[in-house]
Design a protein around this ligand. Structure first.
Ligand code: FAD
Length: 343
């Protein structure tokens, strides 16, 4: 007699949901796995993001967890970087100049053994960005990766489907509606998490960016709210970090601020051809929510839920590490024979 398959649903097809789904389908035998999502690539938050692998606005999530997740993500990206497919997948090495105001404190130990390299910028590097109006006196030089979700997400979805994963385009109004239908739900709805769970602490951190064609820009530069992030074919210019702002329309005041701020760092961005202007809502939370919960319909049915949301401006950066932790939770559930929800 064939063993009953474990039924898992992943809510959300953003970088967090897709990475979780691929890790699970590659690791759990005899699983029936479905991604249920309202939107898919190219319409998720990651698709518009800069894809820089670096922690940004992760709330006050425990730094040990953040480091572990980044380390795991870096190891995953390294594997792909060293493959012949890295161009197709939108994965590459990236050097970054992170300019700091005099009052800004950078704690190097926060990033020990996390980034590929990290050191204070030299005075000649600082001079490259200084002008009579603005003299930069300190900054950090970092080597990391970028992972361009507009290329990576289609690959992840294709991997998922090729291994038997199913995809369903649908809105889930509440995780509770899946009780009795699945054994385990991985809840990855990004900024919408407050709507399908009872978690009121999720909020948008609005980010507006330009995507331009500027093949001469080879380095990432960050200073305050402004950043220039080269991807494989285009360069992302940002940005804003507006708390509790749900407006997904491009705001011309923000556009001007972004162009003014970025052109102070590299003046030639003004002449770059604009490919796109875009707004995305980072899933803000006081800390990333990656934990287990058991919900019940009050009768005989239980549902094991693993929440994986609230990654702020670091969703791409933390994606693979978080997916590994999701896998750990699923394996714990299986080991404890704790799947007795359906029918
Ligand atoms: C301007 C900007 C720049 C950024 N730059 C970077 C960067 O350089 N590096 C970095 O690491 N991060 C960056 N980020 C952050 C990063 O993009 C996010 O943290 C990440 O995309 C969040 O991924 P997610 O899968 O949780 O959410 P999303 O991509 O928003 O995906 C959520 C998915 O869930 C689905 N969904 C939601 N609710 C429901 C529901 N009720 N029923 C069914 N489906 C549902 C949605 O349709 C979607 O498919 C940036 C963000 C912005 C806005």
């Amino acid at each position: 007699m064939s063993e009953k398959k474990l039924k898992i649903a992943v809510i959300g097809a953003g970088i967090i949901g897709c990475t979780s789904a691929v890790v699970l389908i590659e690791s759990i035998p005899n699983v029936d796995l479905t991604i249920i999502s309202e939107k898919f690539t190219p319409n998720t938050t990651g698709d518009g993001s800069g894809g820089l692998i670096y922690p940004y606005l992760p709330g006050s999530t425990d730094s040990k967890r953040i480091k572990k997740w980044i380390n795991d993500t870096m190891a995953y990206l390294k594997q792909h970087f060293q493959s012949s497919d890295s161009g197709k997948l939108g994965i590459g090495l990236l050097s970054m100049y992170y300019l700091l105001e005099d009052r800004e404190v950078f704690n190097y130990s926060d990033f020990d053994n996390v980034m590929i390299s990290q050191r204070p910028m030299t005075s000649s590097e600082l001079k490259q960005f200084s002008s009579p109006q603005k003299q930069w006196t300190k900054g950090v030089y970092v080597t990391t990766y970028y992972a361009e979700c507009r290329k990576l997400l289609p690959y992840l979805l294709q991997q998922f489907k090729s291994k038997g994963g199913k995809v369903c385009q649908q809105r889930v109004d509440s995780v509770r509606q899946l009780i009795g239908k699945y054994d385990i739900v991985i809840n990855c709805p990004g900024v919408e998490a407050g709507k399908c769970t009872a978690d009121q602490s999720v909020h948008p951190i609005r980010g507006q960016v330009y995507r331009v064609s500027a093949p001469w820009i080879k380095h990432c530069v960050m200073a305050g709210n402004h950043y220039i992030i080269p991807n494989s074919d285009t360069v992302v210019l940002g940005g804003t970090k507006q708390l509790n702002n749900w407006n997904t329309n491009v705001d011309p005041i923000d556009s001007k601020d972004i162009m003014d701020g970025c052109s102070q760092l590299i003046p030639s961005v003004r002449t770059a051809q604009i490919v796109d202007e875009w707004v995305g809502l980072r899933p803000g939370r006081h800390e990333v929510r990656l934990e287990r919960e058991v919900i019940s319909d009050g009768q005989s049915h239980q549902l094991q839920v693993i929440h994986n949301y609230g990654h702020g401006g670091s969703g791409v950066t933390l994606s693979y590490g978080c997916a590994q932790e999701v896998l750990d939770y699923v394996q714990q559930i299986i080991a404890s024979n704790n799947v007795k929800s359906r029918l």
